[in-house]
Design a protein around this ligand. Structure first.
Ligand SMILES: Cc1cc2nc3c(=O)[nH]c(=O)nc-3n(C[C@H](O)[C@H](O)[C@H](O)COP(=O)(O)OP(=O)(O)OC[C@H]3O[C@@H](n4cnc5c(N)ncnc54)[C@H](O)[C@@H]3O)c2cc1C
Length: 306
């Protein structure tokens, strides 16, 4: 119920304007967002690196409606990649990119060209790019763009969402040598026709997909905060005799930091998805949809400012 409410709110421009105008939002956002600009995200990246964690930077923004904004997003990624290299943070730091932020809904070809420019900047900085997964209408187009990008930039990562019924098949196709694949549950409101609806069915699908990726020849990136799925990930890595350089765990900035530290201390590669930028609204709403406890956090922040 709460999940549907927040996911609906994520798409509401009116609510977005209202929430952004509330001064307390800044404090709430800081828990999940590294900062508004490049200096802040570089500082947080350095702190996480000092703690033995790797990062994937996400410049916040999605569903870009103007070419100017799509170009600005491309340029922001190119700039931050240069700065990550200058700061000595690559290759451990990579970037995550949403094709919709690069203009996919205005012109697919343009978004693809922008993605190529970001991949080229990543290659020049000695690192790589992962293409985020968005709602199911864009899955085919995003996977097609991925396959094209991989011809020149083979380490470009894919994201597959366990809640989609199609994903087991996509895992089979993508579990090939050198193929980096992030597996997550999925964060959008999707209909029954394309997605499992119950938490149990999503978890079962996650495990089936994980088995395929771990048994395959690619590089699985296990993106979850779920203690049971993390334990299964650790178990499968042992079962399929993968060394710690042959898979990684991924979690979101601000979510279960003690677990991030525990895994890193255990020798696992742990990558923190690190969002930054001004357009935090849709991202924050999806985080609130995932976990009712986060709503309590917001309420406490609001009341403490009164
Ligand atoms: C690195 C990364 C990248 C992602 N990229 C994408 C993407 O490209 N596209 C997309 O659709 N989605 C993406 N997601 C989001 C993902 O799809 C899920 O919506 C999100 O991760 C929540 O699912 P979960 O696996 O953590 O499990 P949930 O079902 O949210 O949580 C399961 C359990 O984890 C524990 N837990 C979760 N949150 C907390 C918390 N705050 N504190 C304490 N315990 C907690 C609890 O025990 C909870 O019961 C990404 C997630 C990660 C981690």
């Amino acid at each position: 119920m709460l999940r549907s409410l927040f996911l609906a709110a994520a798409g509401s421009a009116r609510l977005e304007r209202l929430v952004e105008s509330v001064p307390v939002s800044r404090g709430v956002v800081q828990r999940f967002v590294a900062g508004r600009g490049a200096d802040e995200v570089l500082r947080v990246s350095r702190e996480l690196a000092d703690d033995g964690l790797t990062v994937s930077l996400d410049h916040l923004g999605e569903d870009t409606r103007t070419i100017e904004q799509a170009v600005a997003t491309r340029d922001e990624y190119v700039t931050i990649l240069g700065r990550l290299k200058e700061a000595g943070l690559t290759p451990a730091a990579e970037v995550s990119v949403k094709l919709s932020a690069l203009g996919q809904r205005i012109d697919e070809k343009l978004a693809y060209e922008h993605a190529r420019a970001v991949c080229a900047a990543a290659a020049a900085a000695g690192t790589t790019v992962t293409l985020d997964a968005e709602d199911h209408h864009s899955t085919d187009a995003t996977l097609e763009a991925l396959m094209d990008l991989r011809k020149d930039f083979p380490s470009t990562g894919a994201v597959l969402q366990a809640y989609l019924r199609r994903t087991e098949g996509d895992c089979r196709e993508l579990a090939t040598s050198g193929s980096r694949v992030r597996l997550c549950k999925g964060a959008y409101a999707e209909p029954e026709s394309v997605a499992f609806q119950s938490a149990l069915d999503v978890d079962k699908s996650f495990v089936r997909c994980l088995n395929i990726l771990m048994a395959g020849e690619g590089y699985p990136m296990v993106a979850t905060h779920d203690p049971r799925l993390i334990a299964i990930g650790e178990d499968r890595a042992r079962w399929f005799d993968r060394s710690t350089s042959e898979y990684e765990f991924q979690m979101l900035y601000g979510v279960r930091p003690e677990e991030q530290a525990r895994l890193a201390a255990g020798g696992h590669t742990v990558r923190i998805y690190l969002p930054y930028g001004e357009q935090w609204y849709g991202y924050l709403m999806r985080r609130l949809a995932e976990r009712p406890a986060n709503v309590g956090f917001v309420a406490r922040a609001v009341s403490s400012r009164r």
